[in-house]
Design a protein around this ligand. Sequence first.
Ligand code: UT7
Length: 332
Amino acid sequence: MQKIHAAITAVGGYVPEYVLTNAELEKMVDTNDEWITTRTGIKERRILKGEGLGTSDMATKAVEQLLSKRGIDPMEIELVICATTTPDMQFPATANVISDKVGMKNAFGYDVNAACCSFLYALTTGAQFIETGKYKKVVVIGGDKMSSIMNYEDRATCIIFGDGAGAVLLEPNTEGNGVMDSILRSDGAGRAYLHQKAGGSVKPATVETVMNKEHFVYQEGQTVFKFAVKNMADVSAEIMERNKLASEDVAWLVPHQANLRIISATGERMGVPEEKVMINIQKYGNTTNGTLPLCLWEWESKLKKGDNLILAAFGGGFTWGATYLRWAYDGQ
Ligand code: UT7
């Protein structure tokens, strides 16, 4: 019997309308377009404005688009996995909120949090449900409203992040296309360099934690950068080697969009030229778990059945990983 792979059969995406440009950030903090562009590659990012709107609202739009593209009813979805670092609330899971908003009433769902790497962890987990043969339609979402945990007085972080969400549908494939392999890693010792200080069980929210701005992203950028450059490149090279893929076999590198310099280093290490690297960091910044599905969403029309894609990410935790995916349909 042919092995069942989990293939992506549709992609949806959503970015909020509001564009926060480098010029606008220049008025908010002591920074400038030249510094942001040369250090990160970012020109603008999207921000979700509006009272009472959260990650689930962007994800709902992405999933609705995906279902309509594939022409399937929400009631057909069996499982929803939401990769996010900015859930609507601590509990219940944002996956449940999205299922309710979209009408995926037959699905069970849960969230995966591995910081910027959550989408890769969720994709790998979702694929395994399909590979068992028991599940036929699994939705994997990656999305974050990073503006909800951003200190817009901290120039070292607020220039980097943006809001957005993407979603993919996984279905069984017996033609040899789909998720082929994943290497996922983590090292909790890295948590010191990138985290949110308060709001969890160790340091619940108090007036003091709010006054001390401890509910925002804390990042020691240089240290994270060093680990990200090395680990994202290493794991991408490792997955190519393990699957006997030469540079010319890779149709697309789909990298986490944290910093253009990290993306370039990964591409160089893999021997993949820039024209085969999906880059949209200049428009959206770092949307954390939105980056990978939003790349697939934007490049979908260019992808061909049988294309070899390498997805790679690095994030807080530390967490990092790479997934080798063989694309299952021709873009229109
Ligand atoms: O997605 C999750 C994983 N995260 C990452 O992968 C992020 C990894 N880190 C990075 O991308 C980079 O470290 C940053 C973009 C965050 C920072 O770039 P950098 O080249 O590492 O800069 P730096 O932190 O070493 O700062 C250099 C200088 C400092 O000034 P002094 O001490 O040299 O006088 C900073 O205070 O740049 C200053 N600086 C800024 N200047 C203008 C920091 N932020 C800004 C700013 N505008 N926005």
